[in-house]
Write a protein that binds this ligand. Structure first.
Ligand SMILES: [Zn+2]
Length: 229
């Protein structure tokens, strides 16, 4: 069955996400890149088209920005792989945003050390490049997660910014990256290898200690601060 065109009149009443998915399939294609500008031109006057396209991640679509793929320019994204055929209602019902209970969501946060698995920021911390913005964490469904067989498999902790694919990072200098990797202590290098294997950052014992410390009431924080000098 061929994919309908995104401007097919019978899909004009479909939601923005559905039309965005059709646009990606028929105008971009798997493996290819697109820019926010191209999206805006294809969907004139549609607000938040970029975010609606990002919502496709909840349906197994793999869309990368330059925070996850350094070969991309800051304004580029790549459709790595299409997911569920969201333009078919029966397929669309198989996906959707994380429908976790509060308890399950906390278990995902706990496992990930209360930090975004993409950029590593902890909930409530401010972004280095945007001091006015603090990180809000959510548990989202990611098709890229592989391995674990537990019920929370497929859910990862992401900050709102990474979830939306908002990347304002500097382009990465690969030689500086190599030099920094060479300079890592053996423990850190070992950890980095595991993160690369998993495709996710996991919390370190240091991260766990820090997030636990931050959750303490002020008085107990002071006590710990004194204890460690
Ligand atoms: Zn993040």
């Amino acid at each position: 069955m061929s994919t309908p065109r995104f401007n097919d009149p019978s899909y004009q009443k479909a939601g923005t996400m559905v039309r965005g998915a059709l646009w990606l399939m028929t105008e971009v294609g798997e493996g290819n890149t697109f820019t926010k500008e191209q999206l805006r031109l294809a969907f004139p006057g549609v607000s938040q088209i970029d975010r609606r396209v990002r919502d496709l991640r909840d349906y197994g679509w793999v869309i990368r920005s330059n925070t996850e793929d350094a070969s991309l320019r800051p304004d580029e994204q790549r459709l790595v792989r299409a997911g569920l055929r969201v333009w078919e209602p029966s397929e669309r019902r198989k996906g959707g945003p994380a429908a976790l209970t509060g308890k399950e969501r906390r278990a995902v946060f706990e496992r990930d050390g209360y930090q975004c698995v993409v950029c590593g920021i902890a909930g409530g911390e401010t972004y280095l490049d945007r001091e006015y913005e603090t990180a809000v964490l959510s548990a989202s469904k990611r098709s890229s997660a592989a391995g674990d067989a537990d019920a929370l498999h497929g859910y990862v902790t992401e900050c709102r910014r990474c979830k939306a694919g908002d990347s304002v990072g500097q382009p990465v200098d690969i030689d500086i990256l190599r030099a920094n990797i060479r300079a890592l202590p053996a423990d850190d290098l070992h950890r980095l290898r595991r993160w690369v294997e998993r495709g996710n950052r996991g919390p370190t014992p240091l991260d766990r200690a820090w997030t636990a410390y931050r959750q303490l009431p002020a008085g107990e924080r002071d006590r710990i601060a004194q204890e460690i000098g």
